[in-house]
Every structure is written in C-alpha cells, then in structure tokens.
Design a protein around this ligand. Structure first.
Ligand SMILES: [Zn+2]
Ligand SMILES: [Zn+2]
Length: 337
C-alpha cells in the first residue's frame, strides 16, 4: 500500500497524499481578499462593480459583496456555501469605518471522490461610509429651494443647523448658507424637507411661514417646468415672557408656538390665540422701579414721571418699601409685571 509522501501515513487519498495532508494543501477556498464595502451615507447605496446600488438589509448586501470575492478551488466541486455576517450596531457619517466579521461555511467534494468536506473561514471585512458622486454633487452647490429665516433668534438658527446636520443621513444637504439683511438663507437639496423644517420651526418657535415657488428651468425630456421653492420663516416679534398690550390692557406672553398663550396682568386669566389674530405692536418695555409706600395703600414710582402712583393691578404679595419690582406703563397706567 502507498504511503502519504508528506506524513508517511498509509491510505493515500489523492496525488500521493493522505486525506488530511491533501486537504491541507488543497483547501476548498483558494483565497478571499479582504473586503472593503463603500456605502454612501447620503443615499444609502453601496458600490459594486462600478455602480452605486440600493439595498434593503445591510447584512444581505454585505453577503452579496463578500461572495463575489471568494475564489474556490477548481479541484473540488463546491456543493454549497453560506456566509453569516455579524455587523455591529453603528452610527453613520463621513468616513465612519465599521469592521465586521463574516463566517464562511463551504461544503465540497474533491473531483472523483464522494465524501463531502466541510470547511469554515473567517472573513474580515470593513464598511466605509462616504458620499457617492451624486450626493457630493448635492453637497457642492445643488439646491432645490431656500429656507429663508428672517428676524430670528440665534436659537432658531442653531436649531435649524443641527437639524440639517442630521438630515445628511437622509441624503438632504445644506449646499449653501448666505447671510442676508435680517436673517439667513439656507439652500437645501430637497424641496419637501424645506417645507418640513419650516413647519417645525413654526411649531417650535412661533411666527409665520410663507411658501412661494420660482420657475427655474424646463426639463427638455419631459417638457415639465422645474421650480425652486422658497419657504420663509419669520419668527414672531414676541417672545415668551414679553408684555404686550391689547386694547390698552397688558398681557404677559406665557407660551408661543403655533398658538400664543397670554396671561392678563389685570385678571390673571390665560387665553390662547393664533398669532395672526394678535394685533399688538411690539412688546412693551419692562422697567425696574421701586415701591415707595405700602400703607395705607401700595404706591410705586412711575419710571417715566418719577411720581408715586397706585398700580393698576394688584398682586397678592406683601411688598416692602424700597423693594425693586418690574413694571410696564400702558396708557399712562402702571402695571406690576
Ligand atoms: Zn499525510
Ligand atoms: Zn449617495
């Protein structure tokens, strides 16, 4: 009986080698290259064979890419193989790299033999997030419309910019930011999102929102006009805590979103209106002054005339002479805020 020319054991399997030695020299998988999968964090497409293609499940997509990289041994018939991917949970963004493991299990039979062999491999792989050319084009100058912020606080700008940072993951980009008189223009790559963000600002900060569209060009293939849209958000001129006067009576703004809640300084009652229904001018100037007497009645110094006057409203509180308090003067009457 022939002996294995590698280890000297009996039972030659193929090419003068025992089964174990033959298998060691002729694995079912000849090679697999380390895989780098490029994924666009803008549109969630991946790069395969020169094309950016969409995918549903990242694990499935990874399997597809990996399986393309495996070179099987031609001396064997591969009966089946499977790839199991374990991709850790991760957040995505520019140049984020995610290393993951894939287990490849292969079943095969050497030519002329009948016994099936099972082998297992660990494939090290990596996903790299970048922007595909289309999304980078969006990032560099393309826009579908402008969100125009006018008369807004820094809070509003910060909020909008933070939202736009998050929107990149959805493939929506801020392609240009332009300071203009009374505000800021944000050039965005997705029409629908301009409305969405404008609406969100309206709800959160209160004010008015107007949309308009401008003819931009005509698509020659479809003969359809292409519009760009402008959504203008103007923050309410009132802020929480402001005092406004309606028909000569002062109210404190207690909340402002899509509706405004105001509290009467006279009665303490709270009422709620749509902003557009409030016809107050600018908010009243709140001044600090002092209590000048408490007995027999409460008197405070009018900050404009410096006369001691009885306030138009009464607060259920014991004041002290010389105590500093905040007031507004509406219709020559002094109101404690
Ligand atoms: Zn051997
Ligand atoms: Zn993309």
């Amino acid at each position: 009986m022939d002996k294995c020319c590698n280890c000297g054991k009996n039972n030659v399997f193929l090419e003068g080698l025992c089964k174990k030695c033959y298998n060691e020299k002729n694995p079912l998988v000849v090679s697999f290259k380390p895989v780098k999968i490029l994924v666009c964090f803008g549109c969630k497409k991946y790069f395969l064979k020169g094309k950016w293609t969409g995918f549903r499940k990242i694990e499935e997509m990874a399997k597809k890419v990996l399986q393309d990289r495996i070179i099987f041994n031609e001396k064997a018939d591969i009966s089946s193989f499977k790839i199991q991917t374990i991709i850790p949970k991760h957040s995505i963004g520019q140049n984020v790299k995610v290393d993951f493991k894939a287990i490849l299990t292969v079943f095969g039979v050497y030519k002329g033999k009948s016994n099936s062999i099972k082998e297992e491999y660990e494939m090290k792989s990596r996903i790299i997030y970048i922007l595909c050319p289309r999304c980078s084009k969006f990032k560099s100058g393309y826009f579908e419309g402008i969100l125009q912020l006018r008369d807004v606080d820094q809070d509003v700008i910060d909020y909008a910019l933070e939202k736009l940072k998050q929107s990149e993951k959805r493939g929506i980009f801020l392609s240009k930011k332009k300071k203009v008189k009374n505000g800021l223009d944000l050039y965005l790559t997705k029409k629908g999102y301009i409305h969405e963000l404008g609406q969100e600002l309206l709800k959160k900060f209160g004010g008015e929102k107007k949309a308009s569209r401008k003819l931009f060009s005509r698509n020659k293939q479809t003969s359809r006009d292409i519009y760009r849209i402008n959504v203008l958000f103007r923050q309410s001129k009132f802020r929480k805590g402001d005092i406004i006067s309606i028909d000569g009576e002062p109210f404190k703004v207690s909340d402002i979103t899509s509706r405004i809640k105001i509290k009467s300084l006279k009665t303490g009652n709270i009422s709620s209106f749509f902003l557009k229904d409030i016809h107050a001018k600018n908010s009243e100037e709140v001044k600090e002054t002092v209590v000048s007497s408490v007995f027999p009645e409460l008197k405070i110094i009018n900050p404009y005339t410096f006369q001691a006057e009885k306030p138009a409203n009464y607060k259920d509180k014991n004041f002290k002479i010389g105590e500093k308090i905040k007031v507004v003067v509406v219709n020559e009457k002094i109101w404690i805020v």
